[in-house]
Write a protein that binds this ligand. Structure first.
Ligand code: PBG
Length: 330
């Protein structure tokens, strides 16, 4: 890169002096189209249940969905992501509730699609962890999450969610080869236009703690997810994950967690011309939200953190702040 000019001819503070000038030369910006809103679902009626570790984030019963979606559409959010907090009694070692066409996610997809058609996109995780009694993303044999056997179930979960009307399937399980298998099966079942957003790069991260609390898998999770989620020491491996998933048919890829992994977002963008979605995960949210609540940092920290994703090259951000953008982006 060539740096032209030198001080005192060149004074970089000139363009920073006034607001109009800063706006004129700004390189990145955020708009509501850059956001995906996660929604946690619970059984029951008239419920809006706080999540202890995530201030201002709630679990909603299905009858509370419409106002949320109305607001998201009004605020021009392109897509919501649905996550179920499944009743303990419905969890088992195989996670079979994932294939129940009356489960929370299936019911929510149908409700939203029926009322809103294509006014807003719906994204759903493909993974078993909200449904298994051990909290892992697949089925277990001798303490190991089986790959190919799990993929078989994920294919069925994908087809079911596509049948319900899900627009974007987001496999978040980190099994090998699942994108190709899911793509093949979707096409065979007539879902050629259903998109796949692969959680291609998902690190085994402590930042997921509050999410596991939200979907009720935290207390039951045995061990860790290091034998399927990525080691945070690695970045070349991230490129291999993305390369494989693109070949297998991914339309978009996710990098997760977000803020500690901006280098990975940039690396993927430089190497592959594919939409990259960043996930500002629950632990990131919790640290910011609790810091603000306690008065340790000002709420302007939210915009600064979110903008960093755009600067690194992300096309969009999954964020628990996406329901409050009117206040944040102002
Ligand atoms: C489940 C899944 C997780 C998240 C999204 N999908 C947690 C995990 O893998 O344990 C985390 C999201 C967050 O922390 O906000 N496959």
């Amino acid at each position: 890169m060539i740096i032209t000019g030198k001080f005192p001819n060149l004074r970089l503070r000139r363009s920073r002096r006034n607001n109009w000038s800063r706006r004129l030369v700004e390189e990145n910006n955020l708009s509501p189209s850059d956001f995906i809103l996660p929604i946690f679902l619970i059984d029951g009626k008239n419920k809006k249940q706080p999540i202890k570790t995530m201030p201002d984030v709630f679990r909603y019963s299905l009858d509370k969905l419409y106002p949320l979606i109305d607001k998201a559409i009004k605020n021009k959010i392109p897509m919501v992501a649905l996550f179920p907090s499944t009743d303990k009694r419905k969890k088992n070692i195989l996670g079979s509730e994932a294939l129940n066409e009356d489960n929370l996610v299936c019911k929510a997809i149908q409700l939203i699609k029926k009322r809103y058609k294509n006014q807003i996109g719906i994204m759903c995780d493909v993974a078993l962890d909200p449904y298994t009694s051990h909290g892992h993303d697949g089925i277990i044999k001798s303490g190991y999450v089986l790959n190919d056997e799990t993929v078989e179930i994920l294919i069925n979960q994908s087809i079911l969610q596509a049948q319900m009307g899900c627009d974007v399937l987001a496999p978040s399980d980190m099994m090998d080869g699942r994108i190709g298998e899911i793509r093949k099966s979707l096409d065979r079942h007539g879902f050629k236009m259903t998109q796949i957003l692969s959680y291609a790069i998902k690190y085994a991260s402590t930042f997921y703690g509050p999410f596991r609390d939200a979907v009720g898998s935290k207390k039951i999770l045995k061990g860790n997810k290091k034998d399927y989620q990525m080691d945070f020491r690695n970045s070349e491996e991230a490129l291999r994950e993305v390369a494989l998933d693109i070949k297998e048919g991914a339309d978009m890829v996710m990098v997760k967690p977000g803020l500690p992994y901006l280098d990975i977002i940039k690396l993927v963008k430089q190497n592959f011309k594919i939409p990259v979605i960043a996930y500002q995960v629950s632990g990131e949210y919790s640290l910011l939200a609790n810091g603000i609540t306690k008065g340790y940092v000002d709420k302007k920290i939210i915009l600064e953190s979110l903008l960093a994703f755009k600067r690194s090259g992300a096309n969009a951000i999954v964020s628990y702040y996406a329901d409050r953008l009117d206040k944040i982006l102002d």
